[in-house]
Design a protein around this ligand. Structure first.
Ligand SMILES: [Zn+2]
Length: 305
């Protein structure tokens, strides 16, 4: 079994009208997914910054609708994942799809909009993308603001509802505020800053905090987060994972590909049907117990309930 914590296929389906069934433009489409060993795939709603504020929530709902109408409805072997039991109950031929949200710009300062998204199955919420919103700053905001008062109430609500709070893309100050408050922290697609000093990667003290809070780190296949070279290989991914294991994070590593979030991914793994190469490489480097933890056990153990 393999669980992947982040992809942006919904964004590409929304922005380009790409068909989920078999459009080759999608790294995650139905046909490629079925050829892979990915049992559960998370699908992020991501509303781009250029959408006018008053239209953002409508766009978020449009993406949720694509999730239902293009991913779930036509494919009887794809089940929506809302609880841990939903994953455990998947039959041999079935796959799971979980709805997530990347950035809370779309709710403005209106928590009822977040409640609506949770009610339709969003189970992981990234508080900001790279920039500022009413909740918190993103990592590219030079002022580096932490959680607003509204942001604190958002995290309380997510705790109450047993929802993962996603720390990828958040400002450094925001990270500190959230890690103190969130019960279910995850950085769904971020790598190790001491290996590749990209601003989206996790600093050592952040890795410490995630371990301390029993959170998760989704190692990602994005070139810039893996290496300073102009291309990334499976060995680069293993280097980040090995660092985390040696640092004591073996119970906190999961996978967060970022398929369809960028065109620049591990050279050998541009699309979901190639993910078995990641598993092979993990098996060549680590024992079965560790590989299983990374591929699915850590995710299942920490699934909020
Ligand atoms: Zn992202």
């Amino acid at each position: 079994m393999l669980i992947d914590c982040h992809c942006d296929a919904l964004y590409k389906m929304w922005s380009n009208g790409a068909s989920f069934r078999n459009d080759p433009y999608l790294a995650v489409n139905y046909e490629r997914w079925m050829q892979s060993n990915v049992k559960v795939q998370c699908f992020a709603i991501f509303v781009p910054s250029e959408v006018p504020q008053q239209e953002k929530f409508r766009v978020a709902l449009e993406m949720a609708q694509l999730f239902y109408e293009e991913i779930l409805k036509p494919h009887s072997n794809i089940r929506q994942i809302v609880t841990k039991t939903d994953i455990l109950d998947l039959k041999e031929n079935e796959r799971g799809a979980m709805l997530t949200l990347e950035g809370l710009d779309c709710i403005g300062e209106d928590i009822t909009k977040l409640k609506k998204l949770v009610s339709i199955g969003v189970r992981m919420v990234g508080l900001s993308w790279n920039y500022r919103n009413k909740v918190v700053d993103g990592i590219l905001e030079p002022e580096n603001r932490g959680l607003s008062r509204f942001g604190h109430s958002v995290v309380s609500y997510l705790n109450e509802q047993s929802i993962w709070v996603d720390l990828s893309h958040i400002s450094l100050k925001g990270f500190d505020d959230v890690i103190n408050q969130a019960i279910y922290p995850i950085a769904s697609h971020s790598n190790v800053y001491p290996i590749t000093p990209h601003t989206r990667n996790l600093r050592k003290y952040q890795i410490d905090q995630i371990i301390k809070k029993n959170g998760l780190i989704g190692v990602t296949y994005v070139t810039d987060f893996l290496t300073l070279k102009d291309y990334a290989t499976l060995e680069d991914l293993i280097e980040h994972i090995r660092y985390l294991i040696e640092y004591g994070a073996e119970n906190h590593i999961v996978l967060g590909s970022d398929f369809d979030g960028t065109d620049y991914l591990i050279r050998e793994v541009p699309t979901i049907d190639k993910v078995s190469l990641v598993v092979n490489e993990l098996e060549r480097n680590f024992n079965k117990e560790i590989v299983d933890k990374i591929c699915f056990e850590n995710f299942l153990r920490t699934f909020p309930s």
